[in-house]
Ligand binder design. Structure first.
Ligand code: ZN
Length: 181
């Protein structure tokens, strides 16, 4: 678990990155910046910060902030109660993001999974997103992503977000994004 001080430190860093990118959020939203560290205790490697703009029955929009070197662990969004899983589009706003999806392996990939965790990062098709570039991930397909050396800001547009049903490849992370082993 992150300490309160760390939570504040990382949410403050996220706010600074958003300001640097010229993305305006309200004072209310600043108070609600979320820090995800999956309780693995290595937020500089596995973790990200986010601001949720909207999450209704139909659609969801968020800003994801990845500090330099931060990685979102591999996961997929399964069907829930007969409803299709989440479809998501990532659009890079600032910095550079390396996205890995199911499909043919990219040779000479630009980044790698966090050291020592390679077995939990199985997608090897690389999609590099620079500002203004985007990619859509279909429901129930595996994906993970990592920021470039300067960090990245990614806008996410998706169908309803039900994080509590997400399935992570790393068995230590449960659906709620909490550590379960
Ligand atoms: Zn996802």
């Amino acid at each position: 678990m992150l300490t309160k001080q760390d939570y504040e430190k990382y949410s403050q860093l996220a706010i600074e990155y958003l300001e640097k990118a010229g993305i305006v959020i309200t004072e209310e939203e600043k108070k609600k910046v979320e820090v995800a560290e999956y309780e693995l205790g290595c937020i500089d490697k596995v973790g990200l910060e986010l601001v949720v703009y909207v999450n209704t029955e139909k659609c969801c929009a968020k800003e994801l902030v990845l500090l330099p070197g931060q990685t979102c662990p591999e996961h997929r969004h399964p069907s829930v109660n007969g409803e299709m899983g989440k479809e998501e589009t990532f659009r890079c706003r600032w910095g550079k993001v390396y996205l890995y999806v199911e499909g043919e392996e990219t040779k000479d990939r630009k980044t790698a999974p966090p050291e020592g965790m390679e077995e939990y990062f199985t997608c090897k098709k690389e999609v590099v997103l620079n500002p203004g570039e985007q990619y859509t991930i279909m429901p129930n397909t595996l994906h993970w992503f990592r920021a470039g050396e300067n960090g990245a800001i990614v806008s996410e547009f998706s169908t309803k977000s039900r994080d509590e049903y997400d399935i992570y490849t790393d068995p230590r992370i449960d659906a709620a994004g909490k550590r379960n082993i």
